[in-house]
Design a protein around this ligand. Structure first.
Ligand code: ADP
Length: 852
């Protein structure tokens, strides 16, 4: 096939081929020196009659200036088989596509022009039939042609592998004469122009065959090299795939052989673990699907690890594994509770009730117990005792600071670094499906944009819903109904009401100093000594010293700091004991006793009891060295050395109320009751009220109310003369609540604020031994407040002797231990004046004069 575009050649095609019925022959001559012409040999027309050949030897440019073209002197005569005309360009140029059949080689004798194209006189170069017959006898030719055919055959098979040609090319080999084959084959692939010319010039058949063999061989080689390169590239790409395949095969072989030595094959281990996990059928199906996915993956593939971790979790979760519940012995449970916890009689009684109900109806959906109280009062330890009594495992889940629902429910696996929620994680840790699960600090959960953990907890605690608890990470339902939930909280208020509704609140108040002493002596000290590898032979902490620790170093509702301080003492003692051990190196002073009798008895393997008497050491040193006789007894000096100077003392209140304008309030915090001072002072100003001490809105309003109340009664209270009724005339009042860094709020400081202001304006000091609490209305009624028990305990602890409480809080005193009550004078107030009456030495002197 040839594209004819040069103008002279186009003319030739038009006149000799296009316009004629009977298509003639044309001559094709390569052009040697023009790059454009060289790549497309120019055609010429040859008339068979006069053996003349036409060809265009000059390219005619736009100005009809002939341009010299160097024709090659050999060419090919060809017959046009098919002719098609391209679309005429706007410039008027036309192109033709001619399909030609080469007939024979010729050499050019003379080249002339005929009108617009060229003709040439030629001599045909191909051999005659008889010449051919002769050559075919030539053994060298025979060999060459065999060689060529073999090479051609090879090329055909290589090409056929790539492209199915249906064996048509092979037929060519049988039917076409070999010298033609050489031409056909060489024309079928790309060779250089020079090589094309040299093939054209090879008139001699042997030379032609040799060249063709060479070219076919070269082409074959280049195909093979190209193939090798592709194979190599492909090979590298699929190396990991190959590895995977081999691994699969290895696994199959091992399985076939029953070879169990595949401990290192972690997928197999995982599968075994999964089978042993006892998953419910629907979850097992889901897990298997995931396992199949994992098996198809390669370890380096993204997603492999997360899939593995997920299946690990599925396999580790206790789907069926449960602690065996033994017959509940209530007596033993009671003894256990008693032996672990001092006091807490009512609470222990309630726990026994709870256990009794469980005993009678094991799957009764009893309420969820929620222990509420300040830190260190034994909430966690009671919950763990419940677990022991029931013979179940115990797991604690901290909910403090949980704001994200995903902390409870887990993140979906689509997130990077997703994890199961705390509940599922807890169950994995504990490894049984029926543990006692402590939801610690349930009041410390909050909600924000990331969802509401409380609503997830609602589902957890709801017996109807928790059968199919849905953790986002796990993505299959988990049955939580066998878990016994117990919750703890410091305060009830922050717990959302629907959640509170599911729970039975059991309040644990703080301990009195006497209770703390007993807890310390009976429980904390033995435990602390044991934890430090000591016993009473090494260290003794007398009761008096424990009392001092309670009074001077801890002012808390629970016993956690007390335990910490005792641990500090034990640590210090441990160091001393350890030092003593090294005081006298025994080995130097003890002489070895060697006797034949001893040796023989030792050899018999009998137990030998003997006393070793060190020589040259005085008796005092011996007792020290053997550290049996004198235990370390803690004294006040040691307390100060280990715990530092006392942090609290009883003189504090007296010192702080040294001036008028200060009163002592009782407040309630998450850590139990607290003593809260209120300081008020006056200065030159414009009658403003300044409030400091991180106060909330409610407490600020209480201060306003207090100020208003005092100002309204200034004359009756004899705080101002009849003439100057405005207490704020020319002055500002500043009220401060130390400690300034702790946020405070609530209405219960009402009475304390008024007392401080009255003290300030009257310049009379408040009694140092009196503390108070109560909300005040604008008209001066004293309203009841919460947390009375903790507040009274705090006052007692602070060394306060008199406590003023709202009258309506009288009922709450029933909860206060009698030992504490008997050491305090409780004064009840209905009106603000009652408070003032009690707060000042000698009563409120203005009352008789007032008309109230
Ligand atoms: P909470 O959970 O209320 O913060 P814990 O249960 O952790 O407190 O108690 C703190 C420590 O005090 C524990 O070692 C606990 O055994 C001990 N403890 C608390 N109350 C008592 C008690 N009544 N009898 C014996 N030990 C107690």
């Amino acid at each position: 096939m040839m594209l004819i575009g040069i103008s002279t050649s186009v003319k030739l095609v038009e006149q000799e081929l296009w316009q004629r019925e009977e298509k003639g022959l044309i001559g094709i001559l390569p052009v040697r020196d023009s790059a454009e012409a060289a790549s497309t040999p120019s055609p010429g027309v040859q008339t068979s009659k006069n053996q003349e050949e036409t060809s265009d030897s000059h390219k005619l440019n736009g100005k009809n200036q002939p341009e010299v073209i160097h024709w090659h002197n050999r060419g090919v005569a060809a017959r046009a088989l098919h002719l098609s005309r391209g679309v005429e360009k706007p410039s008027g140029r036309v192109t033709y596509i001619v399909v030609l059949e080469g007939l024979c080689r010729f050499s050019v004798q003379e080249l002339t022009t005929r009108g617009t194209y060229y003709t040439a006189r030629i001599i045909p170069l191909d051999m005659t039939k008889s010449d051919m017959d002769q050559v075919e006898q030539d053994p060298e030719f025979v060999m060459l042609s065999r060689q060529f055919k073999a090479m051609a055959m090879e090329l055909i098979s290589v090409l056929e592998q790539k492209q199915k040609t249906g064996g048509r090319t092979k037929v060519l080999l049988e039917t076409v004469p070999v010298h033609k084959l050489a031409d056909i084959f060489v024309a079928s692939f790309e060779i250089s122009f020079e090589e094309q010319l040299s093939m054209l010039d090879s008139v001699d058949l042997k030379v032609r065959l040799l060249k063709a063999t060479e070219l076919v061989d070269r082409h074959l080689q280049s195909i093979r090299v190209a193939e090798k390169i592709t194979q190599k590239v492909e090979g590298q790409l699929s190396k990991s795939q190959k590895e995977f395949l081999l691994r699969q095969q290895m696994r199959a072989i091992k399985e076939e052989l029953g070879d169990n030595d595949d401990e290192d094959d972690d997928v197999a281990t995982l599968e075994r673990k999964m089978k042993a996990a006892g998953m419910p059928p629907n979850i097992w199906k889901h897990a298997q699907r995931e396992l199949r996915r994992l098996k198809k993956m390669q370890p380096q593939q993204p997603g492999y690890n997360s899939s593995h971790v997920y299946l690990d979790l599925l396999a580790d979760l206790p789907w069926q594994k449960a602690s065996e519940e033994h017959e509940l012995d209530l007596k033993a449970a009671k003894d256990h509770l008693d032996s672990d916890h001092y006091g807490l009689v009512k609470i222990k009684h309630r726990i026994i009730e709870y256990l009794a109900v469980r005993k009678l109806k094991p799957d009764a959906r009893g309420p969820v117990l929620c222990f509420v109280g300040p830190p260190g009062v034994g909430k966690t330890s009671l919950a763990s005792s419940i677990a022991t009594a029931l013979g179940r495992k115990f797991v604690r889940i901290s909910l403090g600071g949980v704001k994200d629902e995903a902390d409870i429910r887990g993140h979906r696996r689509t997130y990077i670094g997703s994890m199961p929620g705390r509940l599922i994680d807890g169950l994995k840790r504990v490894g049984v499906c029926n543990p006692v699960m402590l939801l610690d600090e349930i009041d410390k959960t909050g909600s924000d944009v990331r969802g509401d953990p409380a609503s997830a907890l609602l589902e957890v605690l709801d017996p109807e819903q928790n059968k199919t608890f849905n953790d986002h990470y796990l993505n299959v339902p988990y049955d939580l109904s066998k878990v016994i939930f117990v919750a703890t909280a410091n305060r009830v208020q922050p717990v959302p009401p629907p959640l509170l509704d599911r729970m039975e609140v059991i309040e644990l108040p703080g301990y009195t100093p006497e209770e703390k002493l007993n807890i310390a002596m009976r429980h904390l000290i033995p435990r602390v000594l044991d934890q430090h590898g000591l016993n009473f032979d090494f260290l003794q902490i007398p009761e008096a010293m424990v009392k001092l620790v309670i009074q001077r170093y801890t002012r808390e509702a629970g016993v956690r700091n007390l335990e910490r301080n005792l641990a500090a003492i034990a640590r210090a003692a441990a160091v001393r004991v350890a030092e003593r051990e090294h005081a006298i190196p025994l080995s130097k002073d003890v002489q070895q006793i060697a006797s034949p009798l001893l040796e023989s008895r030792l050899a018999d393997g009998a137990d030998v009891e003997m006393e070793i008497i060190p020589m040259g050491v005085n008796n005092h040193d011996i007792s020290q060295a053997l550290r049996i006789t004198s235990p370390l007894v803690v004294d006040e000096a040691m307390l100060e050395k280990v715990l530092g100077p006392p942090r609290y003392d009883d003189r504090e209140t007296a010192d702080r109320i040294a001036t008028p304008g200060i009163s002592v309030g009782l407040v309630w915090t998450a850590f139990g009751g607290e003593v809260q001072f209120v300081e008020a002072t006056a200065m030159v100003g414009k009658g403003d009220l300044h409030l400091t001490g991180q106060l909330g809105d409610v407490i600020k309003e209480s201060a306003q109310i207090a100020m208003t109340w005092v100002r309204a009664r200034a004359t009756q209270l004899k705080l101002a003369t009849a003439e100057e009724t405005n207490l704020l005339e020319g002055r500002d009042i500043h009220i401060h609540f130390p400690a300034g860094a702790i946020p405070k709020d609530g209405p219960s400081a009402g009475v304390t604020l008024v007392t401080a202001l009255v003290s300030l304006f009257s310049q009379r000091k408040v009694r140092t031994d009196t503390a108070m609490t109560g909300e005040m209305t604008l008209r001066g009624s004293v309203l009841p407040v919460g947390g009375i028990k903790d507040k009274v305990l705090a006052a007692h602890q602070y060394g306060i002797k008199r406590v003023i409480l709202p009258e309506r809080n009288l009922k709450d005193l029933a909860e206060v231990p009698s030992a504490v009550l008997s050491s305090l004078e409780i004064l009840l107030a209905k009106q603000m004046e009652d408070v003032l009456e009690q707060a000042f030495e000698g009563g409120c002197p203005w009352r008789q004069h007032s008309k109230l």
